[in-house]
Write a protein that binds this ligand. Structure first.
Ligand SMILES: Cc1cc2nc3c(=O)[nH]c(=O)nc-3n(C[C@H](O)[C@H](O)[C@H](O)COP(=O)(O)O)c2cc1C
Length: 315
């Protein structure tokens, strides 16, 4: 079983990847997407979103981090894919699942699921350009409005030579509403013979087992669940117990200390609040603390509140 940490724009940054892969259980991380339009992007764009490129394309714990690209132009995607591997990315992932309006309006992300031939052209161009030993993977949803093209899209991507296909088992119109339709992945598996990764609605070890059974897929990708439960991968892989809340508070402190002094410090208060929105799904203590944090704007006030929580015997 491979367990992959999902790309999550604005949430799973290098620091989050570092913390979660130190806890362990992950075989691979995919970065937030890099938007490609009509030019070869400078190296700094890649290293800003994926600073791990400067340390061998791996997190501190040694987990490979693959750059994800999003765009609609086969030529420019291919050029930037080559640049990503030249800069040290162990392969490239292509995003065909992003539901954002701004991205879809310019023919990027999930809207491409309506254009099977264009999916083929993109994957083929990138695969032909990237040296063979480097994997080129792709990530799709089941479709845009419906599932009428699911199998055609998967077949086209497979025919174009993709190394691995992650399927977020919902359409763009489904958004993030449960359920994820895991049995659809099993249908895809009957049609294509490339490695598939099942994704969507895995919040605990029981979900993971059910997903693997219903999708007939041994490899899984964890998104929001990995933020709600920081040792989710370990609970699935090694049957570890759920991480106790005081340990989560320690992680929050570590995250705060690094994020506040890093170059993204202006995003700290939004990012930590976003993390809390997932943590409170798993930990009632996070829900209580979030009531206090929600109204705070200043990073120092948030940090102070976390410190108090860490000291309090109720924690
Ligand atoms: C805030 C947020 C940001 C995301 N950013 C990306 C992204 O940059 N690239 C991508 O392929 N998917 C992105 N996704 C989709 C996730 O990778 C994943 O497919 C989705 O959350 C379903 O998995 P889950 O139910 O385990 O969360 C994002 C999802 C969320 C909630």
């Amino acid at each position: 079983m491979q367990i992959i940490l999902a790309p999550m724009e604005g949430v799973v940054d290098a620091l989050m990847r570092d913390m979660l892969t130190r806890i362990g259980g992950y075989d691979l991380c995919i970065t937030e997407f890099i938007r490609v339009v009509d030019q070869k992007l400078p190296a700094r764009v890649f290293t800003r979103l994926c600073p791990e490129l400067l340390t061998g394309g791996k997190t501190f714990a040694g987990t490979p981090v693959r750059v994800q690209l999003l765009g609609q132009d086969p030529h420019w995607l291919a050029e930037n894919a080559v640049r990503a591997v030249e800069l040290g990315s162990p392969g490239v992932d292509l995003n065909f699942g992003c539901p954002a309006k701004t991205v879809n309006k310019s023919r990027g992300g999930a809207v491409l699921l309506k254009e099977t031939e264009q999916l083929y052209r993109i994957v083929k161009a990138v695969r032909d350009a990237v040296p063979t030993p480097f994997p080129v993977s792709a990530k799709i949803r089941l479709g845009y409005d419906d599932t009428s093209l699911t199998l055609d899209n998967a077949a086209a991507i497979a025919a174009a030579g993709v190394s691995m296909l992650t399927v977020h088992a919902r359409t763009k119109s489904d958004g993030y509403r449960p359920p994820a339709y895991w049995p659809w992945i099993a249908k895809i598996k009957q049609q294509v013979s490339i490695p598939l990764v099942a994704n969507g609605e895995i919040w605990n070890a029981t979900d993971a087992a059910l997903c693997r059974q219903q999708s007939d897929c041994s490899d899984i990708m964890l998104g929001r669940g990995a933020l709600a439960l920081p040792n989710l991968a370990r609970t699935i892989r090694d049957a570890d117990a759920v991480m106790p809340w005081p340990q989560v508070l320690e992680l929050l402190m570590q995250y705060s200390e690094f994020e506040m002094c890093g170059d993204k410090s202006q995003y700290y208060s939004n990012r930590i609040k976003q993390w809390f929105s997932y943590l409170k799904l798993q930990y009632p203590q996070a829900a209580d603390l979030f009531v206090q944090l929600r109204v705070l704007r200043k990073s120092s006030d948030i940090l102070h509140t976390l410190q108090q929580a860490l000291r309090s015997p109720a924690a």
